[in-house]
Design a protein around this ligand. Structure first.
Ligand SMILES: Nc1ncnc2c1ncn2[C@@H]1O[C@H](COP(=O)(O)OP(=O)(O)OP(=O)(O)O)[C@@H](O)[C@H]1O
Ligand SMILES: [Mg+2]
Length: 437
């Protein structure tokens, strides 16, 4: 079958842009193993149109792999590179891997790094030659994208915990939400992406003791490194797995940020995708309060973001930068009120977040309780404290975290809910209240 489409491509004469589209590109896509349901022609986006958007339908979502702009035969393609760059810059195409430009004779494949540089991956002066076709298939054939994709679809939900404001509870939430999900029976990993290493300490591991088995090694050994060897299983008897961090991460990330390799910002995502086979249900990424390379890496690696906030004015103001910086690259599940005083009237800040920033706020608030800070300081989760019968406050805090975890699960994906037995049990335990306000 592939030979058939190859001969079609080699024999097709194109006299107009219409010929390039209907005869050549249609055959080329079939040669690359895509069928008509895998591409959208004349795809409209808010500020333009793409001739072909090629990808895969997953449940009700279309996931684009690459796009193609066609031009009339004999057109000078160098005049149209800005069009390809324009498409790459649109937030809705930020996870698209390649842009292709062709006039039916010449074909150029581009990619785009997040620091705003478009690179020519390869230029085929004559796409109809057998050797060009083989090379095009080596970059654009369906199975190559699906290998990436399969890894992703079977794997964990990746939750990035982020707010550019410091001290709002990113680390506290990463640890205790992970612990709540473990209580429900899920298998959970936390990646500490912060050189402050608070999550590492909060899970009872002394950062300097992690030697070469920590997140620093991932960046030091770029691009050959992988994550699975860096995992500390059941870090502190709490059944949470951890990839720890330490202070050397500052220097290591500084060097990494200077690298000019294209798509290096996708490095963490690719390495998380290749954790297939480890059976994690959830992976949390705890991010430092900065809009640097860690933010780029964690935004691209995450499926979802949750945003802790003390619901006070400075923290709410910071959401402007968060939204601008994340450029729709990640689904923001909602804002979590944390470290909130029991006496605080939250209706005003909640309304402001909804109206001004169009973000949801989880109705379950985590209140300010000394026991929460104490536990972290001692390397314990709130559930470990509760089991040690440390008083009523620990039990109430543990309940708040469980209830918040339930609301997060409930809001992740309905399709996911339908098949998830752990979650069903978790939900049946308590009647579910409206989770987003
Ligand atoms: N609900 C809470 N009740 C009491 N103390 C809390 C609560 N949440 C967080 N804290 C305390 O507030 C401080 C900051 O929390 P945490 O380290 O989780 O914030 P962070 O956003 O991760 O900070 P950073 O931006 O530095 O990474 C810590 O000392 C923590 O123990
Ligand atoms: Mg932190």
């Amino acid at each position: 079958m592939k030979d058939f489409w190859q001969s079609q491509i080699e024999l097709t004469e194109c006299y107009s842009e219409g010929d390039v589209k209907t005869k050549l590109i249609a055959s080329l896509l079939r040669y690359l193993d895509f069928d008509t349901s895998d591409w959208r022609q004349e795809y409209q986006f808010n500020r333009g149109e793409i001739d072909f958007l090629v990808g895969k339908s997953k449940t009700d979502k279309f996931q684009p792999y690459f796009f193609i702009e066609t031009k009339a035969p004999k057109s000078d393609l160098s005049l149209y590179t800005h069009q390809i760059e324009y498409v790459f810059k649109q937030p809705e195409f930020s996870k698209v891997r390649y842009g292709v430009l062709t006039n039916g004779q010449e074909l150029i494949i581009y990619d785009y790094s997040l620091d705003g540089k478009m690179n020519k991956v390869i230029d085929f002066p004559n796409l109809r030659s057998t050797s060009s076709l083989e090379q095009i298939a080596f970059t654009l054939s369906r199975k190559l994208f699906e290998e990436d994709n399969e890894d992703k679809s079977l794997n964990a939900k990746v939750i990035t915990v982020y707010n550019n404001k410091g001290g709002v509870g990113k680390t506290t939430l990463s640890i205790n939400l992970a612990a709540a999900l473990v209580e429900f029976g899920y298998k959970v990993l936390i990646i500490d992406l912060d050189a402050q290493a608070n999550t590492t300490l909060g899970l009872g591991i002394y950062p300097p003791n992690t030697q070469d088995r920590n997140i620093v090694a991932l960046f030091d050994d770029y691009p050959r490194s992988s994550l699975d060897k860096l995992i500390w299983e059941n870090a502190n008897g709490n059944n949470i797995d951890l990839i720890p961090s330490n202070i050397d991460l500052y220097q290591s990330l500084h060097e990494f940020a200077k690298k000019t390799t294209s798509r290096k910002e996708f490095f963490l995502k690719e390495r998380i995708d290749s954790l297939k086979g480890t059976n994690y249900d959830f992976i949390f990424i705890d991010v430092p309060p900065a809009m640097d390379i860690t933010f780029e890496l964690a935004t691209l690696a995450g499926d979802y973001m949750i945003v802790p906030s003390d619901l006070k004015p400075f923290s709410i103001y910071g959401l402007t930068h968060l939204l601008q910086g994340s450029k729709n690259r990640i689904k923001i599940l909602g804002v979590v009120g944390n470290n909130v005083d029991l006496a605080l009237n939250i209706s005003k800040p909640v309304l402001q977040i909804k109206n001004q920033y169009k973000l949801q706020v989880f109705s379950q608030i985590i209140h300010n309780r000394n026991c929460i800070a104490q536990c972290s300081g001692q390397g314990l989760t709130i559930f470990q404290a509760e089991k040690q019968k440390r008083g009523n406050a620990a039990s109430v805090a543990a309940l708040e975290f469980k209830s918040l975890a339930r609301q997060i699960l409930y809001n992740i994906e309905e399709s996911f809910l339908a098949v998830d037995t752990h979650l069903k049990t978790a939900l049946e335990e308590n009647e579910l209240e409206p989770s987003l306000v």
